[in-house]
Design a protein around this ligand. Sequence first.
Ligand SMILES: Nc1ncnc2c1ncn2[C@@H]1O[C@H](COP(=O)(O)O)[C@@H](O)[C@H]1OP(=O)(O)O
Ligand SMILES: [Mg+2]
Ligand SMILES: [Mg+2]
Ligand SMILES: [Mg+2]
Length: 317
Amino acid sequence: MWQRACFLTRLVSSSVRISEKAGDIIKGIMSSGELNEVDKGKDGKVDLQTEADRRAQYCIVKSLEQKFTNRLKVIGEEEITSEAPLELSLSPEVLKIDDQCPEVLRSIKEEDVVVWVDPLDGTSEFAQAAKTKSPLLSQVTVLIGISYKGEAVAGVIHQPYYEGKGRTIWGIVGVGTYGIEIAPADDKRVVVTTRSHPTPLVNSVLDTLKSQGLLTEVDRVGGAGYKVLRCLEGAAAYVFASAGCKKWDTAAPEAILKATGGHLTDISGRTLCYNADVQRLNSGGVLATAFWVNHQEYVNAIPEEAKSALPEFSPKK
Ligand SMILES: Nc1ncnc2c1ncn2[C@@H]1O[C@H](COP(=O)(O)O)[C@@H](O)[C@H]1OP(=O)(O)O
Ligand SMILES: [Mg+2]
Ligand SMILES: [Mg+2]
Ligand SMILES: [Mg+2]
């Protein structure tokens, strides 16, 4: 089956298993209690990295390198430092849908894609949970996103602590999203936003959405992956009117959301580009909406002052 399947299906099939192995590595570090946190932050801002981030990164990048060739371009959040076991098996579930892949995706070759890796999304929540044993751990995810011609076309989100045993959600645009039950339209308008990176602008945009009836309830939760999962499970939108999220935070979630009919752009409605040489920072913020929501309505409701405070291009990578 591996030999006959197209490259993209093989890559997703391998990424599903690799993300699950990375999840086991993350859980192992949490159980050991030896997170060995490092602060990568600049300009006085805290940006944590733990041993779990480092080992999961190693597992994902090295496994992809072994399974595929060096023509595959992989861009990850962390440097390759700590070693970890690899994962070379495949998910047969993904290979089963190979014949449903649209023709345009079937012709993709290794050198045509970029793989965006966030080995542990929700590091603040992970580190805080180690100290307080709080339910924040369900907000931790492993993200592997695949882009083609600058567009997010496939993705894997593994949630290691979901209901104790974990789950893996994966999707291919034009085929569908698997591993999750997509919630129908809701009368309520729950909007999810950052828990660990609030700013006055983030809050004032939410106030505006509320005044326009596009928000009935705000839920402050961690991680870009987890927030997009919430949009698949009933939340109307994920709104983050701040820079800070990077391409590896949004690639996998965007592909999975798009595969269900939802949208993810910056807060001005501009599509995100995932070419290898693009700036890493999503400097225009993040706006994601569920399939049953009018995305443009949210774009229009966000004040111009907020949009101009978050320009598309930042001088820093
Ligand atoms: N200011 C920031 N500095 C570093 N990472 C950020 C920042 N803002 C957002 N992120 C990344 O985006 C994710 C979603 O942000 P938030 O939870 O604040 O909405 C975070 O978990 C973090 O990813 P990571 O945990 O992989 O470092
Ligand atoms: Mg980080
Ligand atoms: Mg992240
Ligand atoms: Mg991360």
